[in-house]
Design a protein around this ligand. Structure first.
Ligand code: HEM
Length: 186
C-alpha cells in the first residue's frame, strides 16, 4: 500500500492526539520499520491495520470509527492534492462513479505500483447508488468513510448501508441512498 496513506494516517493521529503520544503509540505497536513511513515507499496493509488497532486501544475508539474518520481525512487530502479529479464533478454520485472509471485509472498512471481496489457501480431506483467494493484489503470501513465524505463534500444528505456482496465472494456492497430534499442526483 502506498506510503502516502500511512503518512496521512499518522498525520491524522498527530492532529488528534499530539506528536508525543503518536510516537509512543507507534513505538509500542511493534511495526516492521518502527513506524517510519515515507510517501514514496510501499508498505503492507497489515501494518496499517496494526496502526489502527494501536490507536484504537489508546483512544478507546473502535477501529471502525477510526477508519471511517480516516476516510474523511483522506477525502480532504485528495481534494487538496488532486483538485483536477474534482473540478468537473457536481454531485456525490458523479464522483463515486468516477473513482473506478476515471480517478483510480489516472492514479494508476501516476503510480504504476499502486494496488487499487475495484468498484462496480450501478444507479438504482429512488436515488440509490450501488457500489460493490472489491479489494484484498480489509478497508471497508475506510471506504465507508470516503463515501460518507463524498456526500458531505456536496452537502448531500444520505445514508450508506454496508453488507457482504451476495454475488461476489469477499466483496462488500454499499447502498448509498440520498435522503435530502430534491434527492435527484441527475
Ligand atoms: C482524487 C481522489 C482519489 C485519489 C487521488 C485516490 C488515490 C488512491 C491511492 C493512491 C490509493 C492507495 C493505493 C495503494 O495503496 O496502492 C487509494 C486507495 C483507495 N481508494 Fe482511492 N483515491 C481517490 C478517491 C477515492 C474515493 C472517492 C474512494 C471512495 C470510494 C476511494 C477508495 C479507495 C479505497 C477503499 C482505497 C484502499 C485500497 C484498497 O481498498 O485496496 N478512493 N486511492
Amino acid at each position: 500500500m502506498k506510503g502516502v496513506i500511512f503518512v496521512e494516517l499518522v498525520n491524522m493521529a498527530e492532529d488528534a492526539f499530539g506528536e508525543d503520544t503518536v510516537d509512543d503509540v507507534l513505538r509500542k505497536a511493534d511495526l516492521a520499520n518502527d513506524g517510519a513511513f515515507t510517501t514514496v515507499g510501499n508498505y503492507p496493509c497489515s501494518e496499517l491495520v496494526k496502526i489502527v488497532i494501536a490507536f484504537s486501544e489508546h483512544s478507546g475508539l473502535s477501529p471502525e470509527v477510526l477508519q471511517r474518520q480516516f476516510g474523511f481525512w483522506m477525502m480532504d487530502f485528495f481534494v487538496k492534492h488532486y483538485p483536477q479529479f474534482f473540478a468537473d464533478k457536481t454531485n456525490a454520485f458523479g464522483l463515486l462513479e468516477a473513482v473506478d472509471r476515471q480517478i483510480h485509472v489516472e492514479v494508476k498512471k501516476l503510480y504504476p505500483d499502486a494496488k487499487l481496489p475495484r468498484f462496480d457501480t450501478q444507479r438504482l431506483e429512488n436515488g440509490h447508488l450501488e457500489m460493490i467494493y472489491i479489494s484484498k484489503n480489509p478497508l471497508e470501513a475506510f471506504c465507508h468513510g470516503l463515501i460518507e465524505a463524498c456526500l458531505a463534500r456536496f452537502d448531500e444528505a444520505g445514508e450508506v448501508a454496508r453488507t457482504p456482496s451476495a454475488n461476489t465472494p469477499g466483496a462488500v456492497r454499499f447502498d448509498v441512498a440520498l435522503t435530502g430534499a430534491g434527492a435527484d442526483p441527475a
